[in-house]
Design a protein around this ligand. Structure first.
Ligand code: AHR
Length: 538
């Protein structure tokens, strides 16, 4: 996406003429879709998910047990599976997060009743310590690799496993790969897998080499982590499967303009041999946003609304910042970025003592998630995967689950709307609208979004962040004309609107045909809204 100034300096003279002729209507906006300027394919994995053994995510959220009164499929919460199938969930990351670097995968295989009970990594947080003893505090390992694979199979998603680099060895990692991928009947671990329910290999391709290795994943320096990455990925048995290793990337230094972790890790990797880039499928990056002191998820001022959206919008600079640093070590850009944790981090909503990092998301989180997915779509050529943190009962959650109650949050509805982008060709776009003023002299963009082409079908998503005013815009399809259009809008009269157990449908998208056609037409974007235009081209 380009802003007006960047756009005018580009070589797109014809489009610039359009903008010039519009300058008299300063209060109106422009959404221009450049159909002959493909950016790259939007990998379905850019709309992926993340689950961790933390609070009520796995135990209580995903896993309820086979004997539960809660409707389940082999112990997995059925309502969650149904919703993930609706989404076409592409990929799920597991078992962490910080938990991954404390996890021994062997604890989670074999007969469930014989698995060891361990103290959960997250037990050492003040909040969870107050929790009653239970699976969130003492992990019974009932949910292990076989259960996760079963969950992925039910959901129709690919698995992405994060290996323990802090407290296990490369040998342990090799054997986890063997447990997952060795041919049926070939090894003792293949037999263990068969006894756990799958004679056939799982053929896992995505493997994270640690998590936040600069912090909870080992407190490494980037040069030290480069050594670990080489050891963990050296001569791993592949069982005929192309393994896609994802290196632990930046997090703490995101606002570091020197991008020191990215540079330090890649520099030390290629110093040994540039060929090692072939082992690095993706470089992970984590970015959470919050207002000062982590505010309440449901109580905020209009200023805090814009402050939060503007924090999220920082992703639009982070991706190119790290991408251009990566070019210094990988000029051909073999390695892509993997944003495997992202989301808005607010203060806990007190749902219960075991609900760690949990809150009820609102319309603000819906817009924040939509503008983030738009950023990913616009940078499709740089990104291999992105995983919202986390799927259920946690930060930026798509679902809330408590006993037999289950609700799809505002964020779920954004993912449901945006699934139409998956697999399409991301197109260059121009968004232009008057900036919104807030706070002491701050401003935020007036409209932004993304577009993708799927044969004769064009999908355009647009966020109007204005808390109270609609924004009119001319929609211009450069090089195509609309034959018919359908529009879906997610909004509410109150910017604090949200779905919860008592009001599961307070915020849901509305779809209707739109009476617009041709190469140019006007559209009014409602205040505080996410809009999807599905356009059949002539
Ligand atoms: O998502 C919660 C935690 O945030 C993850 O475990 C960790 O990777 C990140 O710091």
């Amino acid at each position: 996406m380009m802003r007006r100034r960047e756009f005018l300096t580009s070589s797109l003279a014809a489009a610039a003429a359009t903008l010039a002729s519009r300058s008299a209507r300063a209060s109106s906006g422009l959404v221009e879709i450049l159909l002959d300027e493909p950016v790259g394919t939007i990998a379905p994995e850019l709309h992926g998910h993340f689950t961790e053994h933390i609070g009520e995510v796995i135990y209580g959220g995903v896993w309820v047990g086979e004997n539960s009164k809660i409707p389940n499929v082999g112990g997995i919460r059925k309502a969650l599976v149904d919703r993930l199938r609706q989404l076409g969930a592409p990929v799920i990351r597991w078992p962490g997060g910080c938990f991954a670097d404390s996890y021994n995968w062997r604890d989670g295989v074999g007969p469930r009743t014989e698995r060891p009970v361990r103290t959960n990594f997250w037990d050492n947080t003040t909040q969870l310590c107050k929790a009653p003893d239970g699976p969130q505090k003492y992990d019974p390992n009932t949910f292990g690799t076989a259960e996760f694979m079963f969950f992925c199979r039910l959901a129709g998603a690919k698995p992405y496993l994060a290996a323990n680099v802090r407290s296990l060895t490369p040998h342990d990692f090799d054997e986890w790969v063997e447990y997952c991928n060795s041919p049926a009947g070939s090894t003792t671990l293949a037999q263990t897998r068969a006894a756990d329910g799958s004679r056939e290999p799982y053929n896992v391709t995505y493997w994270g080499i640690g998590n936040e290795s600069w912090g909870c994943g080992g407190d490494f320096r980037p040069e030290e982590y480069a050594v670990e990455f080489r050891r963990f990925t050296s001569w791993v048995p592949d069982y005929g499967q192309k393994l896609r290793f994802i290196g632990s990337g930046p997090g703490a230094d995101l606002r570091d303009p020197q991008v020191s972790w990215t540079r330090g890790f890649l520099g030390n990797l290629v110093a040994k041999s540039p060929d090692l880039l072939d082992r690095l499928y993706g470089l992970s990056m984590h970015y959470y946003c919050w207002t000062t002191g982590k505010g309440d998820s449901l109580e905020y001022t209009p200023d805090e609304w814009y402050q939060m959206l503007s924090q999220a919008d920082f992703m639009d600079s982070l991706v190119p910042l790290h991408w251009s640093a990566m070019r210094d070590f990988d000029p051909g850009h073999k390695v892509k970025l993997v944003v495997d944790e992202w989301g808005a981090w607010h203060r806990n909503t007190p749902l219960g003592p075991a609900y760690l990092f949990n809150y009820v998301p609102s319309l603000r989180d819906a817009l924040l998630s939509a503008l983030t997915l738009d950023i990913f779509n616009r940078h499709a050529e740089k990104l291999a995967m992105c995983n919202d943190a986390q799927l259920v009962n946690n930060i930026n959650t798509l679902f809330l689950a408590m006993e037999d109650r289950f609700v799809a949050t505002t964020i779920f509805h954004v993912f449901d709307m945006y699934k139409s982008h998956q697999g399409g060709t991301s197109l260059r776009t121009v968004f232009d609208a008057p900036r919104i003023s807030y706070g002491a002299g701050k401003t935020f963009w007036g409209l932004a979004g993304s577009a993708s082409l799927h044969g004769k079908a064009l999908v355009v998503t647009v966020v109007n962040p204005h808390a109270s005013e609609p924004q009119e815009a001319e929609i211009s399809l450069r090089g195509a004309a609309a034959q018919s259009t359908q529009v879906t809008v997610l909004t509410a009269n109150d910017i604090h609107a949200h779905n919860d157990f008592d009001h599961p449908d307070a915020v849901t998208p509305k779809t209707e045909p739109a009476n617009v056609s041709g190469s140019r037409f006007n559209w009014t974007f409602k205040p505080a809204s996410v809009t999807k235009l599905e356009i059949e081209l002539a």
